[in-house]
Design a protein around this ligand. Structure first.
Ligand SMILES: C[S@@+](CC[C@H](N)C(=O)[O-])C[C@H]1O[C@@H](n2cnc3c(N)ncnc32)[C@H](O)[C@@H]1O
Length: 208
């Protein structure tokens, strides 16, 4: 199955699936790295059914949630409604539907390993940040669990942290830090290929 079709199909079950993969500690770690301030504007890229958005709303932020899957955005609308602190926008990694220099923070959780070009996606997320704004990416360290590609439509088998740090720097971000979130992303194969447990990193950088 192709990635777009996969996420359209799993959208109604994504919250349950996600709970089995990783906990809310992941988004809390991302928010701590950003030092979020209530009232500020965050973009949640590859927002899915709103895992990160939900946490941002609880912290009093306004959110632009972007995803290529209309089915995922529909799940968010059902949960968070219209006319509140979230704007839902359909969009692609290469050309995000967000004005340049407009966001205080950009978050992307478990999104980077699905995009075609991670460095280009990082450049595009940096474009929409205000000067002084922060990009925070939580994603998988490099692994060799091939069933995550064949069964979960992952495009990349995680990342080497030095590559991520270089892509941040090349996008013009400074004060780049990459740390362990302190928890694994866990998934069991549906076709008998065992169980994956992959460490999660949190990468942060500031636009100058
Ligand atoms: C693994 S899910 C993560 C969802 C959410 N961030 C979470 O933590 O639960 C990846 C999301 O990225 C979206 N996505 C994948 N590739 C994309 C692209 N090229 N442009 C925009 N969204 C994309 C998918 O539709 C999916 O909702």
């Amino acid at each position: 199955m192709e990635s777009r079709q996969y996420f359209d199909t799993v959208a109604p079950q994504w919250d349950n699936l996600r709970e089995g993969f990783f906990s809310e500690a992941v988004r809390e770690r991302a928010f701590d790295a950003a030092g979020t301030v209530a009232g500020n504007l965050a973009a949640d890229i590859g927002a899915g059914s709103g895992f990160v958005t939900e946490g941002l709303l609880k912290r009093g932020l306004r959110v632009i949630a972007v995803d290529r899957s209309e089915a995922m955005l529909e799940e968010m609308r059902r949960k968070f409604g219209e006319g509140g602190a979230v704007e839902y926008r359909i969009g692609e990694a290469e050309s995000l539907p967000v004005a340049g220099g407009s966001a205080d923070y950009v978050f992307a959780n478990m999104y980077l390993h699905h995009v075609e070009s991670p460095p280009a996606a990082i450049r595009e997320m940096t474009r929409i940040l205000k000067p002084g704004g922060k990009l925070i990416i939580t994603d998988l360290d490099r692994h060799d669990f091939d069933f995550l590609r064949t069964e979960h439509c992952d495009r990349w088998m995680g990342f080497d942290r030095p590559d991520v740090a270089r892509w941040f720097a090349e996008a013009g971000l400074v004060d780049v830090k990459i740390d362990c979130v302190g928890e694994n992303c866990c998934a069991a194969s549906q076709s008998g290929c065992g169980k994956a447990a992959v460490s999660i990193f949190v990468a942060s950088g500031m636009k100058i």
